[in-house]
Ligand binder design. Structure first.
Ligand code: ZN
Length: 295
């Protein structure tokens, strides 16, 4: 009797150990200061990352603007991806160095919308995010990066960094369909109403532009095809960056959700194994909003 119980237990343990259950990836969203509604956008991103079943999400909220930042020390090294939803006061030297060390050492970084406005005078930050806007950025920050005549070009002409026209739905056009983040997306899809950032500039080292959007002068844009989904390699780390995501409402766009989830998975692991683009992904001529929001 004892022997047979042992045999059953033994067989069971072999069976259980042979099932490979992927550990969820750990994401840390950093917020607390932003000229945008971070109290509204962080929960939306957290919800969609968790719903993907691939991530657990913690949030590190900084002190408010003008408060003492010396005690703000998120433990970046505990995470697979640090998602920046922060545009505010400079962090302590120690915290800045911790982020640099984390990404240099192979950590994943995700940069969303106005996070690329932050820290204009922090050179390593600008190398990590590739391109940024406002915050004193200009030709000294690096080139504009545009898609012209079938290829990505660096435009060194003088001018400010960061601009947008009025909000509207706009087409996101895939320029690299072989990348795990964009694989299987329609060649062009209609993103829900958002701010279309143009004239971003920065060091743009080791940058891979996966998708662009045309900033139409008719809506106040630059008249250029501007980077809308891109990656940066920084040390051993992978950076996923999208200037989309102005408001909580626009984050219910299935195109944004898919880009966010895939971008974070890629930043963490270097690949995307979460499958096909969802059935409700936007079409070339139709936005797709999950949950009937933003009506
Ligand atoms: Zn905005």
């Amino acid at each position: 009797m004892r022997r047979s119980v042992f045999a059953v237990c033994f067989a069971f343990s072999i069976c259980v150990s042979s099932i490979v259950v992927a550990e969820p990836l750990k994401v840390l969203i950093v917020d607390g200061q932003n000229n945008h509604n971070w109290q509204g956008t962080t929960p939306v991103m957290k919800k969609y990352l968790e719903e993907s079943k691939q991530f657990t999400v913690d949030v590190a909220t900084s002190p408010a603007k003008g408060q003492d930042m010396s005690g703000f020390k998120p433990d970046f090294a505990k995470y697979d991806v640090v998602l920046l939803n922060y545009n505010g006061d400079l962090w302590s030297k120690e915290t800045r160095q911790a982020l640099v060390d984390y990404v240099q050492g192979g950590g994943g970084l995700a940069v969303i919308h106005a996070a690329n406005n932050s820290f204009g005078d922090w050179p390593e930050y600008n190398r990590m995010i590739g391109l940024g806007g406002w915050g004193g950025r200009n030709e000294k920050s690096g080139p504009y990066v545009r898609f012209r005549d079938g290829k990505i070009v660096r435009d060194e002409s003088p001018g400010p960094g960061g601009h947008h026209g009025k909000q509207h739905p706009f087409h996101v056009t895939v320029r690299n369909a072989d990348h795990p983040i964009t694989r299987g997306m329609p060649a062009s899809w209609l993103h829900a109403q958002d701010e279309l950032y143009d004239k971003l500039r920065g060091p743009a080292e080791a940058i891979d532009v996966l998708a662009t959007a045309y900033a139409d002068p008719a809506t106040g844009g630059s008249g250029e095809h501007e980077p809308m989904i891109f990656t940066v390699t920084y040390g051993k780390g992978r950076v996923f960056h999208t200037p989309m995501g102005h408001s909580p409402e626009t984050m219910h766009c299935v195109g944004f959700i898919t880009t966010l989830v895939r971008g974070c998975e890629w930043a963490a692991t270097g690949d995307v194994k979460s499958g096909e683009v969802p059935k409700d992904f936007p079409k070339a001529d139709a936005v797709s909003i999950r949950g009937g929001r933003f009506e």
